[in-house]
Design a protein around this ligand. Structure first.
Ligand SMILES: *[C@@H]1O[C@H](CO)[C@@H](O)[C@H](O)[C@H]1NC(C)=O
Ligand SMILES: *[C@@H]1O[C@H](CO)[C@@H](O)[C@H](O)[C@H]1NC(C)=O
Ligand SMILES: *[C@@H]1O[C@H](CO)[C@@H](O)[C@H](O)[C@H]1NC(C)=O
Ligand SMILES: *[C@@H]1O[C@H](CO)[C@@H](O)[C@H](O)[C@H]1NC(C)=O
Length: 612
């Protein structure tokens, strides 16, 4: 049991973590003994090298110092998210979490001495409040000296995006105990190569809003008809066409009235220059939430993060989908759209520092500084796990744990390629074929959402991303659920996936034919990108209820999902997620790596959280 409050480690920790340089050893020798931190065997697929990087080009480098109390932060997180623990939902304050995140003073000191040795002006370094990230702007040549590497200019083949990265980097041996990750280095998953997990449905043309309403009315399937007459009825049209009325009836949120809209909030995180359009949003409410008086449909707020933009002449499909469905389900809960990063990373003729396009780090740094974070966050992006350097993925995952410890429920989509798209070969030099888990879906401190289709019964959709991490071990909270599944799965696809890894998705929701307004047209969109905002909204409503009873928000929900709440989901038992030339996994009774625990039943969930 862990009752200790976070402490400032620097005050009492032993003086040395690792041997300091022996006295009298020349400084240059202290820093010359280097060892590799991370390297790739090949240029990441989808990229080509263009040239050496210009030596004077300014790089905004981030150094992630080891967070000395992180293990203890995670122990705290697991206690406060365990419904049987006396500390359940006693979330950490920003100051408490910051104290856990702080590096050991030896780490800060060693890194400062190393930077000073390389003539880096320490007073120009930007540090997070806990000192766990140091940010410096230095020319490429200096970064090369620091990291014993060479930077090159790379181009992304399909998008033409150019970035400065390296295939390997090293640090002085002494610093390996003190530093988790340095960026930008070997993570190529920059904005355009991250996948938005939505897609337009082929062979279905968008229709004008007016035509859509007329057509829906004539079929008596319109959202208005549903909500006026019998909002609880799941209309037959929901089998092939998803609207907020379908989701509110199917997942049973239709008669819940949010009561904590002054305190509770929901955030959608967007990347890739995806802009959430206000006019489309208004039209969406007029069409699909006709029950909300126009004057009340206040919409949402857009917050720009680290160079993110908001071009209202360029509505994004992903952005519109996400925000229309979070507001469509959680209204009148305040919703915020975070537009992260977005300016081109490399401009050879401009020597002003650009944002580094390290999208997760940009967002994490921003959100962590906020005194108030929306209690629910929804993100519909990801990468193949193997394309994210392990050190980088591990650090980002810990940052999500830290955000969760402050009482935030974090949702990510599970990906749109089943167990893996394409050739599914490993990038470790061996070209073995294996399933391709995705990240951040594979991080055990986020809640990962897969996709279903149809009603009566709802079944798994083949693209629903699911599987087992190669980076993160299976967390205790899902141990039984996963081992039950694997027992029945037997030796199918043996060697194609890591049976001891964190398994996902955790839950699922409808993911096909969402009616989204884009540029004034009703456009059908699918993907786990659609499922994720739906589940996030339902948990935002559960948080609303908790808060209305003066209780803390649910925070990190996974341990709760696999225990108290497991009976609050409709189990999905049909369908599978093939890929990599295999039949993938099958949906089954109980948890499965296609649809997780199933799709939410808000009324059951509401009853179950009543007892907490
Ligand atoms: C170091 O950086 C600080 C803050 O940016 C600046 O005021 C100072 O002039 C710099 N010193 C040198 C020697 O460049
Ligand atoms: C839903 O649609 C699918 C595919 O078109 C069809 O097989 C199924 O019978 C439909 N279910 C209902 C309840 O209409
Ligand atoms: C692995 O595949 C890559 C990309 O298809 C290819 O360039 C490389 O030569 C292959 N390596 C081996 C060892 O087969
Ligand atoms: C399988 O997962 C475990 C636990 O995360 C990990 O330590 C191991 O390296 C993984 N194996 C492979 C082959 O990736």
């Amino acid at each position: 049991m862990l009752w200790s409050l976070p402490l400032l480690w620097a005050c009492f920790a032993p003086a040395t973590l690792t041997a300091l340089a022996s006295p009298g050893k020349p400084l240059s020798r202290r820093w010359a003994d280097v060892a590799e931190v991370h390297s790739w065997n090949e240029i990441p697929r989808g990229w080509k090298v263009l040239s050496s990087a210009p030596p004077d080009y300014p790089l905004n480098m981030r150094i992630g110092l080891k967070q000395y109390g992180m293990d203890e932060l995670i122990e705290n997180l697991l206690e406060i998210s365990d419904p049987t623990h006396p500390r359940y939902t006693q979330h950490l304050t920003k100051e408490e979490a910051n104290a856990f995140k702080a590096p050991h003073k030896d780490a800060s000191q060693a890194v400062d001495e190393w930077l000073a040795f390389h003539d880096i002006n320490l007073s120009s370094a930007d540090r997070t409040p806990s000192g766990d990230w140091i940010s410096i702007t230095i020319p490429v040549s200096q970064a090369e000296a620091l990291l014993n590497t060479e930077y090159h200019l790379y181009e992304h083949l399909s998008s033409g995006e150019q970035v400065i990265r390296t295939l390997r980097y090293s640090l002085p041996r002494e610093l390996h105990a003190h530093v988790d990750v340095v960026a930008p280095t070997t993570y190529f998953g920059t904005l355009k190569s991250m996948k938005a997990t939505s897609f337009l449905l082929p062979n279905v043309d968008p229709v004008s809003v007016g035509d859509y309403v007329a057509q829906a009315a004539s079929e008596k399937h319109s959202a208005g008809a549903a909500s006026e007459n019998n909002p609880g009825a799941v209309l037959p049209s929901c089998n092939n066409t998803i609207t907020p009325a379908c989701l509110r009836a199917l997942y049973k949120t239709y008669d819940y009235t949010p009561a904590s809209t002054d305190k509770n909030a929901l955030g959608v995180v967007g990347y890739l220059n995806e802009f959430a359009n206000k006019m489309d949003h208004q039209m969406f409410f007029k069409t699909f939430r006709a029950d909300v008086p126009a004057t009340n449909a206040a919409g949402f707020e857009t917050v720009l993060v680290n160079g993110g933009q908001d071009d209202q002449s360029k509505p994004g499909v992903e952005a519109n989908l996400d925000i229309q469905y979070t507001t469509g389900i959680s209204y009148p809960t305040p919703n915020t759209y975070y537009s992260v990063g977005g300016s081109p990373p490399f401009q050879p003729d401009s020597f002003t520092t650009k944002n580094t396009n390290e999208p997760y780090l940009d967002f994490i740094e921003f959100i962590y500084k906020q005194d108030k974070i929306p209690q629910t966050l929804s993100t519909s992006y990801g990468d193949d796990e193997q394309t994210v350097p392990r050190d980088y993925a591990e650090r980002v995952c810990k940052e999500f744990a830290a955000i969760g410890s402050r009482g935030v429920s974090i949702f990510f989509s599970s990906g749109d390629s089943g167990v893996g798209g394409g050739a599914c070969t490993t990038n470790d030099g061996t070209n073995r074929t294996t399933f391709q888990p995705s990240f951040p879906a594979s991080c055990p401190y986020v809640t990962t959402v897969g996709a279903t289709v149809h009603i009566n019964p709802e079944v798994a959709i083949p693209f629903s991303g699911g599987g087992f991490s190669n980076y993160f071990a299976a967390p205790a909270y899902q141990g039984d659920a996963v081992s039950n599944y694997l027992w029945d799965y037997g030796t199918r696809n043996k060697g194609m996936f890591n049976r001891s890894g964190r398994a996902y998705p955790d839950v699922s929701a409808q993911g096909v034919a969402y009616q989204v307004v884009v540029r004034g047209m009703v456009t059908p969109v699918g993907g786990t990108s659609a499922s994720t905002p739906t589940v996030a909204s339902i948990f935002a409503l559960l948080n609303d209820h908790r808060i209305s009873q003066n209780k803390a928000p649910l925070g990190f929900i996974n341990p709760l999902l696999y225990s108290t709440l497991s009976s609050g989901f409709t189990d999905i038992t049909q369908g599978s997620n093939p890929g990599c030339g295999t039949d993938g996994f099958s949906a089954a009774r109980g948890w499965d790596p296609v649809t997780g625990l199933g799709t939410p039943d808000f009324q059951k969930l509401l009853k179950l959280i009543e007892g907490l």
